[in-house]
Design a protein around this ligand. Structure first.
Ligand SMILES: Cc1ncc(COP(=O)(O)O)c(C=O)c1O
Length: 390
């Protein structure tokens, strides 16, 4: 009996997947040519599996801001927000995010994962209830575990099921936090936020929405689903990440409940970790300005997303229910998912290959993500390549 016995079992069961080249679970980007092109396994490929929705990783404004921050403040903070890692830039970005959402306050975390972990476990404790959509991201599930609260899942995007479960909770519904996502990371579908908001108001519960994949993508100023649904004031907490449309690393929570600030003293994922580096903060701040004024980028992104979605639907792929920058095809077998992924790489396109339990419905997924930085030719190339291999 050893600690490593479970690893042997895992390695034996996963051997067919782990031996594939290039490595599907750790694809090595050897060289980056731009936000949409790189070299993998000695081959130049088009990147269609990043979360770089606005293509801002190479925006000159962001690069210049990051360079200046390194020159002025060094490479890292070497400490927690609670100690020596709380710089002017962190505070400024918190104010800018709160202002962006027209909220009373905001907190910056070291990653989007920690934003969910730290917000949920900071707000909710034993005796409280968490009611989460079944398709929520692992960071939300982990935040729930860390909170010590009772955790109940409701069926994905099923408001009747949410209502039924809130009803059953009786008075406890008033100390319940409902958690949903703006755009769901795996199938790319959106939450029915208007109805969910009405439901939470009916029972006096609280609502948190993770806009990780919708920030910069949805709404006139890019706030996310809250802006499209017009329910900003009715949502209690908004979390998100800098690692997708903002092209950096870090995460946030904003709220009109000023009490959110108290979690700075209580939330372990906020306290017991080093704060984001000055250059990450500086590039995220520069990207937020571009994102707010990024209507042209959003238009380009949606044009690409609509075109690719309707093309793939025409090839009879089993896609998520609506077009968007995350376009996922659900496959029946691992073999078919592998065949598509490998054929795409051979033909010069990188997409994500995701297996259960990370993918929903126990089915493997080919997940494509679109960027405003893709050219029309690149989108046509993806469409034509899928036509060839399907
Ligand atoms: C819905 C959702 N929330 C949070 C995160 C975590 O973000 P980060 O990569 O910044 O830790 C992700 C990342 O994939 C995500 O998809």
């Amino acid at each position: 009996m050893s600690l490593f016995d479970k690893f042997s079992t895992f390695l034996e069961e996963s051997e067919p997947l782990l031996s594939i080249k290039p490595d599907i679970f750790g694809t090595k980007i050897e060289k980056l040519y731009s936000s949409t092109e790189a070299s993998i396994d000695g081959r130049r490929v088009l990147l269609a599996g990043t979360n770089n929705y606005l293509g801002l990783t190479f925006a000159p404004e962001c690069i210049a801001a990051a360079h200046k921050a390194i020159d002025d403040e060094g490479t890292g903070t070497t400490g927690s927000r609670m100690a020596n890692g709380n710089y002017d830039g962190h505070r400024a970005l918190e104010r800018e995010l709160a202002e962006f959402y027209d909220c009373a306050t905001g907190i910056v975390f070291s990653t989007g994962y920690q934003a969910n972990l730290g917000t949920i476990s900071g707000l909710v404790g034993s005796g409280d209830v968490l009611l989460i959509d079944a398709h929520c991201h692992a960071s939300i599930y982990d935040g729930c575990k860390l909170s010590g609260a009772e955790v109940i899942r409701f069926r994905h995007n099923d408001v009747a099921d949410l209502d039924k479960r809130l009803n059953r909770l009786g008075d406890r519904a008033q100390s319940t936090l409902i958690v949903v996502e703006g755009i769901y990371s795996m199938l790319g579908d959106t939450a029915p936020l208007g109805e969910i908001t009405k439901c939470k108001q009916k029972y006096g519960s609280y609502l948190l929405i993770d806009e990780a994949h919708s920030l910069g993508v949805l709404g006139d100023t890019g706030q996310g689903l809250v802006e499209v649904a017009g329910v900003g004031n009715a949502v209690d907490f908004i979390t998100g990440t800098f690692s997708k449309s903002l092209g950096s690393i870090g995460g946030y929570c904003v709220s009109n409940h000023q009490q959110l600030d108290v979690i700075r003293y209580l939330s372990r994922p906020y306290i017991f970790t080093a704060s984001p580096s000055p250059s990450n903060i500086a590039s995220a701040r520069a990207a937020l300005v571009l994102l707010k004024n990024g209507n042209a980028l959003r238009e380009q992104l949606w044009e690409h997303a609509n075109k690719l979605y309707s093309h793939l639907l025409g090839l009879d792929l089993d896609l998520g229910p609506e077009p968007g920058p995350v376009i996922a095809a659900q496959l029946d077998t691992t073999e078919e998912a592998l065949r598509i992924w490998s054929s795409l790489i051979e033909k010069g396109i990188y997409v994500n290959l995701i297996f259960p339990p990370a993918s929903p419905k126990n089915k493997p997924l080919i997940r494509i993500s679109v960027s405003a930085a893709h050219t029309e030719e690149q989108i046509n190339f993806i469409c034509n390549t899928f036509s060839e291999i399907m």
